[in-house]
Design a protein around this ligand. Structure first.
Ligand SMILES: [Zn+2]
Length: 338
């Protein structure tokens, strides 16, 4: 018997007001033919040495029993069902609507009614497959108010962006890890949140920050920082590409959360102009990082993309690195900025 709390209250066992402990007791029982063990909660009357189950506790204990049984037979517990629903911010009634189940089905499943296997599998899949939930949501559009449909769709899209972002982060971290401890990562491991801060900082201060220019400015910031402080800022590895240096897998950076740009279809390509994310505060950049970034911005902000590409092509870092190979940070010492 484990004590959970103690309160002064009217005791329904001895019919006096006194300090009553609420206690947890492990109980074993057979439910639907399965032996289950669960935590039951009681009030304990010390005057009569007696456990007491109020109406509220009866409900709680029944749900504990049912959830213990659900666990035993590998069904989602009531809490797990609620968490899946709340992940999408959907009400119980609307969750039933989206699934095209009876109106009160979800309310019941989050309480005492044990879900059948097929429904359990559907809810489980929704918990992990946001894309699939989006399809269900879209096909239920007619059955929901327009306002709530839009609200749920927004949440789903945010979830998808988050999933994508975390997938990309893992991918970049894994693919860059082969450069750990080499001259190619600037003596620091990849820190994507810092990269996102750098991009927003640059986007705030540089007008017309197009893709090629951004990649060059990141390179200059990392290499200039290395020149001044003996290590890079971001941990990015830069490759020698035709237009100059660019981070390895640089296209992945475009998909990171809080990296914002405006796409425009040009004659034969799509241009991307980077803009700061609204209400985004760079919080990871130190004053020294900002000093370095400001110096790079000062040097290049008024230069056109092709002018920066020319500067880049004149850097030892670029000239001495084979095409599509990583650039050694050792070349930072002859970088043109100082
Ligand atoms: Zn009592």
């Amino acid at each position: 018997m484990e004590k959970l709390s103690r309160d002064m209250k009217f005791c329904h066992a001895c019919l006096k007001e006194h300090e009553v402990d609420t206690v947890a007791v492990t109980e074993e029982t057979i439910f639907r033919g399965k032996p289950v063990s669960f935590q039951a909660v009681y009030d304990y009357c010390s005057n009569l040495d007696q456990l007491l189950e109020t109406e509220e506790l009866i409900k709680i204990n029944q749900l504990s029993l049912i959830d213990a049984y659900r666990k035993e037979v590998n069904l989602l517990t009531s809490d797990e069902i609620r968490r899946i629903r709340e992940k999408y911010g959907v009400s119980q009634k609307d969750f039933s609507e989206i699934l095209n189940w009876g109106e009160v089905t979800i309310i019941r499943y989050e309480n005492h009614q044990i879900q059948d296997q097929a429904h359990d599998e559907v809810m489980r899949k929704i918990g992990t497959d946001t894309q699939w939930f989006k399809e269900l949501l879209v096909s239920a559009r007619e059955r929901l108010s327009e306002k709530r449909f839009k609200k749920y769709l927004d949440i789903v899209l945010q979830q998808m962006a988050l999933n994508k972002s975390s997938y990309i982060e893992s991918f970049m971290e894994a693919s860059i890890s082969k450069y750990d401890g080499t001259e190619y990562n600037g003596g620091t491991s990849l820190q994507l949140p810092l990269v996102v801060d750098m991009i927003n900082y640059l986007a705030k201060k540089v007008d017309n920050l197009f893709e090629v220019k951004l990649m060059k400015l990141l390179f200059y910031a990392d290499f200039y920082h290395y020149k001044m402080a003996g290590k890079g800022i971001s941990g990015l590895v830069y490759m020698a590409l035709p237009m100059g240096a660019a981070p390895d897998n640089y296209r992945c950076l475009l998909d990171l959360e809080n990296v914002n740009f405006i796409e425009k279809q040009e004659a034969d390509f799509i241009s991307r102009r980077f803009v700061p994310t609204a209400n985004y505060q760079s919080s990871l950049l130190s004053d020294f990082h900002k000093l370095i970034l400001d110096r790079v911005i000062e040097a290049f902000k008024d230069k056109k993309t092709d002018e920066i590409v020319i500067s880049m092509h004149n850097e030892d870092a670029y000239k001495n690195t084979s095409f599509k190979e990583p650039i050694s940070y050792n070349y930072a010492k002859t970088l043109s900025i100082d």
